[in-house]
Design a protein around this ligand. Structure first.
Ligand code: ATP
Ligand code: MG
Length: 565
């Protein structure tokens, strides 16, 4: 822990310091990737509490994923020590849940209400047909709520009860929201109820990284912040501490045609004249693309021959002999279906991989089964250890069968859900209901272990907010990134392309030291092998920023015939 109060702002640059020490009232921090948003946010909270006498229990910090919430919590603990415990840190869902818990009866819920699991949700949905109203009525009859209810029920409640609004506005006088560009309408309404128009609401984010409109997020709430919250102060952070200058220049050029930020600026804090250019590899095929990734990783970690092939594990000393370890490397792709070829090639070469998909944890069949078992075991009482043991036994028995209740369960599911290897078990403590709720409200699989000695495989959506020394962005092809769905309406095309370009921008800006972009000349898509062209997103980047690796001329069937002739 740092010495509280002294030099809290010393580790921030001038603009970060302005943001962190701004007085109360609405505050919007517009900040590009790698400009230190989380750092600034946590230091602001710490500064307010340690220097300005704001009570930690009056503070509410909201993020979108449990992982991000956990990170905020850790950094606040480090800055403030024990005091940080009194700060409410959570996701929108967990904040909604807390409000609902305190007011269940007023919200029309019975004594035994709980969050429906996926099976229960499906059953009620099936009965209700397409009728959302009927579906909710069915849930309520069984005293169940779903995830949307966790936010919409508190919103409805607060709208009807001005006294309750007052109570919560008094309770949380300081509200902080990270990634504000990704709020949806209901979350926005909740914030409007929790914070008066002139309240101490601090929102931080980057409109150019808004990538969740497909699930209802709308960047307009970010863009009109200063209309909704009176006399909002605006601070911009423009210094990027993450990426080398060539990587940052490429990213800035890539976003330019779709940027939502007036006068967007992003200046490199890193000015190493030796920084390598962005590697660009035109692959002949998907297999060739995967081989390139393997070969390059081989070079980077100083020769894969050091690995122990038997165990598939890597001797950490041999990895250290190269300058990088596998965990410093990420392979990013637009759709999960692209990961197969990469996983296969890396695994064949003996490279350990860990994959993080954006599938919601709670939606995974295996997790559902495990949660059900845990709930059952929980009903039996006894200590956490006893319950976990019992659950493990039940699962071990059932595991002998290929499926559980017709649902496939993998060992990975078990570890993901119970996480008995890792700190989650500690967090569960003896609070089983809370653990189950965490599973139910977890926005995504948070299973990526930064310490695992493995190459990280992620979708672009899942990579948001993360950083890696080495990034491969594969499949930079027209139709794949931007992704085009067959039958997409003309009207939606322009907006879709803008959002896909933001996704491309998110991908490029994950890289710290080395960035590689690849595209394959041929790929199996929509049921047949197709010829692919590089994404037009690459065309707006100055070719001087690329180092062209390999020189594969895409072999068209026609060319081949010509050569034969
Ligand atoms: P993103 O939009 O991708 O989520 P971000 O704005 O949240 O990015 P951070 O992840 O907080 O950025 O910071 C990026 C990197 O820059 C981190 O490694 C962080 O430690 C470093 N950094 C931020 N501010 C400073 C600073 N003032 N001095 C040195 N390093 C800094
Ligand atoms: Mg961030």
């Amino acid at each position: 822990m740092e010495e509280v109060g002294t030099g809290l702002l010393d580790r921030l640059d001038a603009m970060q310091r302005v943001a962190a020490s701004a007085p109360g009232g609405p505050l919007l921090i517009v900040a590009g990737p790698g400009t230190g948003k989380t750092r600034t946010l946590t230091h602001r909270i710490a500064y307010l509490c340690a220097e300005l006498g704001v009570f930690p229990h009056r503070c509410l910090a909201i993020t979108f994923t449990r992982r991000a919430a956990g990170e905020l919590r850790e950094r606040l603990d480090a800055l403030l020590g024990d005091v940080a415990e009194d700060i409410t840190v959570g996701t929108f869902h967990s904040v909604g849940l807390a409000i609902l818990k305190d007011n269940a009866r007023a919200a029309g819920l019975g004594a035994h209400w709980r969050i429906a699991d996926e099976g229960e949700r499906d059953e009620a949905r099936e009965q209700a047909g397409d009728d959302d109203h009927a579906y909710r009525k069915l849930l309520r009859q069984q005293d169940l709520v779903d995830l949307d209810d966790l936010i919409s029920l508190p919103v409805a409640l607060l709208r009807d009860e001005p006294a309750l609004v007052e109570k919560y506005r008094k309770r949380w006088q300081w509200i902080f929201v990270d990634e504000y560009q990704d709020v949806d309408e209901t979350q926005y309404e909740l914030l409007r109820l929790l914070s008066p128009p002139d309240g101490n609401l601090c929102a931080i984010g980057d409109p150019d990284q808004a990538i969740y409109s497909f699930r209802g997020a709308d960047v307009k709430y970010f863009l009109r912040f200063n209309e909704d919250f009176e006399q909002a102060r605006l601070v911009r952070l423009t210094r990027n501490y993450r990426s080398s200058a060539p990587i940052l220049a490429a990213a800035v050029q890539a976003i330019a045609p779709s940027s939502l930020v007036n006068g967007r600026r992003l200046d490199p804090a890193r000015l190493d004249p030796e920084a390598p250019l962005v590697g660009r590899y035109p692959a002949a095929s998907v297999a060739d693309e995967a081989d390139f990734v393997v070969r390059t990783i081989d070079d980077l970690v100083g020769g894969l021959s050091h690995r122990s092939l038997d165990s598939g594990r890597v001797d950490s000393r041999s990895v250290a002999a190269g300058n990088l370890s596998f965990s410093d490397i990420a392979v990013l792709y637009r759709t999960d279906s692209q990961s197969g070829a990469i996983v296969e090639a890396l695994s064949r070469a003996g490279v350990p991989v860990q994959k993080r998909s954006h599938n919601r944890l709670r939606d995974r069949a295996g997790v559902q089964v495990i949660a059900r078992e845990l709930r059952h075991a929980g009903g039996l009482g006894g200590s956490l250890a006893a319950r976990v043991k019992l659950t493990a036994q039940v699962l071990a028995q059932r595991f002998a069968a290929p499926t559980l209740d017709g649902e496939q369960v993998t060992p990975e599911d078990i570890w993901t859900a119970a996480d008995l290897l890792r700190p989650l078990a500690q967090r569960i403590g003896d609070d089983m209901p809370r653990f189950l709720q965490e599973i139910a409200t977890g926005a995504e699989v948070d299973a990526l272990d930064p310490r695992a000695e493995a190459v990280n495989l992620l979708t672009l959506h899942a990579a948001k907010g993360l950083e890696f020394p080495v990034v491969f962005l594969v499949g930079c092809e027209d139709g794949l990134l931007p992704l085009r769905w067959p039958g997409a309406s003309e009207a939606s095309v322009a907006e879709t392309i803008a959002e896909e370009r933001r996704l491309f921008f998110v991908g490029l800006t994950r890289a710290q030291d080395r960035l590689y972009v690849t595209h394959a000349a041929r790929r199996f898509r929509h049921g047949s092998e197709r010829e692919q062209t590089p994404t037009p997103f690459l065309d707006v980047i100055d070719s001087g920023l690329f180092e062209r690796l390999g020189d594969v001329v895409p072999a068209r069937p026609k060319d081949r015939q010509l050569r034969l002739l």
